[in-house]
Design a protein around this ligand. Structure first.
Ligand SMILES: Cc1cc2nc3c(=O)[nH]c(=O)nc-3n(C[C@H](O)[C@H](O)[C@H](O)COP(=O)(O)OP(=O)(O)OC[C@H]3O[C@@H](n4cnc5c(N)ncnc54)[C@H](O)[C@@H]3O)c2cc1C
Length: 483
């Protein structure tokens, strides 16, 4: 019996596989694709919090070295300056999904993750002790837990009977990578249908996006349909030919009613789908995976009880719902319509006011995610900033201390903290830091004397001069004390 079977090696599945490996769990990834090569480039990049997650594992530089940094994001018609956000990465990284997957794959391979390719899951059957995973080949595997990271049409979600709820599509868009006859300069247009464009990708391939006149069927389109769409919008089909990828996406927005059903969990697009507008898809999956990985690892290794897994839904479902709201609002502006343009212009006026745009910028980048861990210091439930601190071993960045995904008690002052009963699992680092504590949107917050940082980088306990509550927080997030 496997501890964990992950279905799908997209960004969410790969990230989760790496996180489980760091947690000391032997997970197997089942992937129906024979190679990691994607049909089409799909997602176009990741935002600041996702870059931070990679930084927490010491691999952000690999991604930054290959992509392009964009210091602004848009909402409606407003350009939002990201450069003032209090993060080491105040930008979006433009890097196509095939490269993101390649770099994630390299990381998980270095960690020793095993991916079984050409394996399609057709059915799962959970019971009290485990889950049978049935394959198209006729064989089956058994695992204690199964994670569906198998995309928007998730078989795992369907088999677990988890409802996928939200507004239906109002429009569909053809997307393709093709060759065009002759020269082509970037061409874009927004009309009452939606957004259309042809963008050279630098290697002779052109990425084409054409919104359809009517909602198309949930099947892959043909080159003929793409040509027709282009002629309707631009009056020419630009001589498109030799497609390497032809697909159709919609603005349907759906979220799994539950991210967990017993021994079955969902991550990434399997848990939420939305319009690609705004480019949140890949990052949401990475954030799900980093939230789930250490929890599932601790449960599988018997460090924590099964109830810890409920916090995955409790934290990630609201965070996903908020992101989905943003994509729905953003997609509203993706067509020419005088009423929507009036709303867009009004919003532009408001967001132009001092600091107002920061709220939306923090949402888009994922830097504002705050898990509800109760009342207290503003840091509680939020991401730990990547401070430059001094320790007895020398200067270090906080994120450096998270590379191995171990919980961290970071002590800046106050009474000496006793983490002795957790030292097998928890790092205790005494440090000094004299700079500001600035959180996105919240602003400057009072310096704590100590914090408990979970492996996902979120703060689970804050001290302002007392050790009260630390044993309880350690027991909640790091398992029972060693006797
Ligand atoms: C046409 C299109 C355009 C997009 N454009 C953008 C964009 O511009 N920006 C952006 O951020 N996002 C975009 N996205 C969304 C982005 O691609 C997804 O959010 C992201 O890929 C989700 O990652 P994931 O790992 O959750 O799922 P996926 O990437 O879908 O990975 C799921 C994996 O599971 C495998 N799998 C599925 N079923 C099974 C099975 N039964 N057995 C075994 N393996 C299985 C699949 O082969 C795949 O490898 C786009 C998506 C589409 C479809």
């Amino acid at each position: 019996m496997h501890d964990v079977v992950i279905v799908g090696s997209g960004p969410a599945g790969l990230m989760l596989a790496g996180e489980l490996r760091l947690a000391g769990v032997d997970a197997v990834v089942l992937e129906r694709r024979e190679t990691q090569d994607l049909a089409g480039s799909r997602g176009g990049g990741i935002h600041a919090r996702s870059i931070e997650l990679l930084d927490q594992r010491g691999i952000a530089d690999r991604f930054l070295a290959e992509g392009k940094l964009l210091h602004a994001a848009t909402f409606g018609g407003t350009m939002l300056d990201l450069s003032g956000l209090p993060t080491r990465h105040p930008y979006t990284l433009a890097l196509f999904q095939n490269h993101i997957e390649r770099l994630l794959l390299r990381w998980v391979e270095e960690l020793g993750v095993s991916i079984r390719r050409g394996v399609e899951v057709t059915r799962i059957a959970p019971d009290d002790e485990g889950v049978d995973v049935h394959l198209a080949s006729g064989g089956s595997l058994r695992a204690r837990y199964v994670v569906g990271a198998d995309g928007g049409r998730s078989v795992v979600r369907r088999e677990a009977g988890i409802p996928f709820v939200g507004p239906d599509a109002t429009r569909s868009t053809l997307i393709a990578e093709v060759q065009v006859a002759g020269e082509l300069s970037p061409t874009g247009k927004v009309d009452e249908r939606g957004v259309h464009g042809l963008h050279p990708m630098g290697d002779g391939t052109v990425r084409v996006v054409v919104t359809e006149a009517e909602l198309g069927p949930p099947t892959e389109p043909t080159l003929e349909e793409l040509r027709r769409g282009l002629i309707e919008v631009f009056g020419t089909d630009f001589g498109v030919h030799s497609p390497t990828w032809l697909s159709r996406f919609t603005d349907a927005t759906r979220q799994a009613a539950s991210y967990r059903e017993g021994r079955v969990l969902l991550a990434g697009d399997a848990a939420h789908v939305h319009s690609p507008t705004g480019g949140l898809g890949i990052g949401l999956g990475l954030q799900d995976a980093v939230n789930l990985g250490w929890k599932l690892g601790q449960v599988v290794r018997g460090i924590s009880g099964d109830a810890l897994l409920d916090s995955y839904h409790a934290e990630r479902h609201p965070a996903g719902a908020r992101a989905l709201k943003y994509t729905m609002a953003q997609s509203l502006f993706q067509r020419a319509d005088p009423r929507q343009e009036a709303l867009r212009d009004l919003i532009d006026e408001v967001l132009g006011r001092d600091g107002a745009g920061t709220v939306v910028a923090a949402l888009i980048t994922g830097l504002d995610v705050a898990y509800d861990l109760g009342a207290g210091h503003p840091l509680l439930g939020r991401r730990m900033p990547d401070l430059d601190i001094s320790t007895p071993d020398g200067p270090v960045r906080v994120f450096d201390l998270l590379h191995r995904a171990r919980p961290l008690v970071l002590q800046f002052g106050g009474p000496t903290l006793d983490v002795g009963a957790w030292t097998d699992r928890v790092q205790h680092v005494v440090a000094t830091y004299d700079g500001a504590w600035e959180l996105p949107v919240v602003g400057d917050v009072g310096a704590p004397t100590a914090v408990l940082v979970r492996p996902d980088g979120h703060v689970a306990w804050v001290s302002e001069g007392s050790a009260a509550g630390l044993p309880e927080a350690l027991a909640t997030w790091c398992g029972a004390a060693r006797s």
